[in-house]
Design a protein around this ligand. Structure first.
Ligand code: ZN
Length: 446
């Protein structure tokens, strides 16, 4: 692989322990790793990316998504519903998906993320109709070139057993556990610099049994992989937990082994003070999904309180059916605005939002090799052109990235490889991908 030299960046937002922002700086990348930062670096034979007028940040990290949902954006009937009603509208449509829909939909979601500065995304795939497999999304990510943490999700309690999803979308629990073992053995890479790490992720407490939650936690610890699910997303979700389990979601998670540094929960909009303390004490992570929480009217997650208590928080765009966009830098802006609505204009700074979007996500996903621009860290970088109309007149280029834009990256580098150059994806033919996606969406709608 050819060395890369990013030359003369206006600002490099390092996210190192001192949170340094370096002016007029070069970055040398070799073999997937950041080798050096400094002014006037000379690297014979390197490909040079001129970064004058640009801001360089660590690659953004997305901690919650359902890539398959990009095929069901803005679906009539789901547009204005709360979480449970929204799910009931979309389940029958998702039941018609197969491997082709999973692959193409994932590629569209990954392309959108890449163009918004994301270098690592997790994904939560919890339904496997008509022969679809987790493998479909892993192949999609490998082709796009993003670092990928897919999670083998699951639903096992259908309508006839008192659950929310239709029976056609649920699987037997033995089959779920067997496939979890298969995908971990086939794809999980525990080494530093890994491009693929697999997690285990029953969909939510309201779609699987207590036994499956517990068995999955044991399996994850046996295999050394992470655990993920949805938790305390809205009032309905908490009410379900109290009615069915006789306890709040945090208690339910704790009882079943679902707290710890190897666990992260999506949403957590309704965590109370004792649950926040529980998460902080156990090192349990949170995927904060501000746009989705707005879109579904779920509420404002207690991000300020969680950060103050020391809870690890990353950002998540969530599935494109409930956002309906998948723009990660846009999510950082929304995270900032939403905390300010609840707690005032000094509740969170643009720089803190950027930290959550980068270093925060790396911590949630257990990646101490990512999240900052320092020698020895993996070479995952986003380069932003502040010369466009969005940021024209901005006095502070780092804050401008969150408060103004751009919302599309100029260059994106993952493991030392260029995935986006001059605003264009290098790895797939995007117009053809969009055409294929729209054909599939029309077929599903017809
Ligand atoms: Zn979700």
């Amino acid at each position: 692989m050819q060395d890369l030299l990013i030359r003369n960046a206006d600002v490099v937002v390092t996210m190192n322990p001192a949170r340094q922002e370096l002016r007029g700086t070069d970055i040398h990348l070799r073999g997937g790793v950041i080798v050096a930062l400094g002014a006037g670096l000379v690297v014979p034979g390197a490909r040079v990316i001129e970064a004058g007028g640009r801001v360089v940040t660590p690659g953004l990290i997305n901690t919650h998504h359902h890539l398959y949902q990009t095929l069901t954006r803005a679906v009539p009937g789901g547009q204005d519903a709360l979480l449970f009603g929204w799910l009931k509208t979309l389940y029958p449509i998702w039941a018609r998906f197969g491997p082709g829909e999973m692959f193409t939909s994932a590629q569209v979601g990954l392309a959108e993320l890449a163009l918004s500065g994301c270098t690592l995304t997790s994904d939560h795939l919890y339904l496997y109709p008509n022969g679809a497999r987790l493998d479909d999304t892993i192949h999609a990510a490998t082709e796009i070139g993003l670092r990928f943490h897919p999670t083998r999700g699951a639903m096992s309690i259908g309508e006839s057993a008192g659950g929310l999803p239709p029976d056609s979308l649920v699987e037997g629990e033995a089959a779920i556990l067997n496939d979890m073992i298969r995908v971990v053995d086939a794809f999980h890479d525990p080494r530093p610099g890994a491009m693929v790490r697999v997690g285990l992720a029953p969909c939510s407490p309201f779609s699987v049994s207590r036994e499956l939650m517990r068995d999955t936690a044991s399996l994850a610890r046996d295999k050394g992989v992470m655990l993920h699910t949805h938790l305390a997303e809205n009032d309905e979700d908490v009410a379900w937990s109290l009615a069915r389990f006789g306890c709040r979601p945090g208690q339910y998670a704790e009882d079943l082994g679902w707290t710890g540094p190897d666990v992260w929960h999506a949403h957590c909009v309704k965590l109370d003070g004792s649950e926040i303390d529980l998460f902080a004490q156990t090192g349990t992570g949170v995927a904060h999904c501000p746009c989705s929480n707005c879109r579904l009217g779920s509420g404002i997650a207690p991000v300020r309180a969680m950060r103050d208590a020391g809870v690890k928080i990353g950002l998540g765009v969530d599935g494109s059916a409930s956002n309906d966009a998948g723009n990660l830098i846009g999510e950082a802006r929304m995270a900032t605005l939403l905390q300010r609505v609840a707690h005032g204009a000094d509740a969170i700074s643009a720089r803190e939002a950027l930290e959550i979007a980068t270093l925060g996500g790396a911590r949630v996903l257990g990646r101490d090799d990512l999240g900052s621009i320092e020698p020895g860290k993996r070479a995952d970088l986003a380069i932003w052109d502040l010369g466009g109309v969005e940021a024209a007149g901005a006095w502070d280029p780092v804050a401008a990235l969150v408060l103004c834009g751009p919302t599309r990256v100029q260059d994106l580098i993952v493991e030392g490889r260029e995935v986006v150059r001059d605003g264009q994806l290098l790895t797939v033919d995007l117009p053809m991908l969009i055409e294929r996606q729209n054909q599939l969406a029309r077929k599903l709608a017809g």
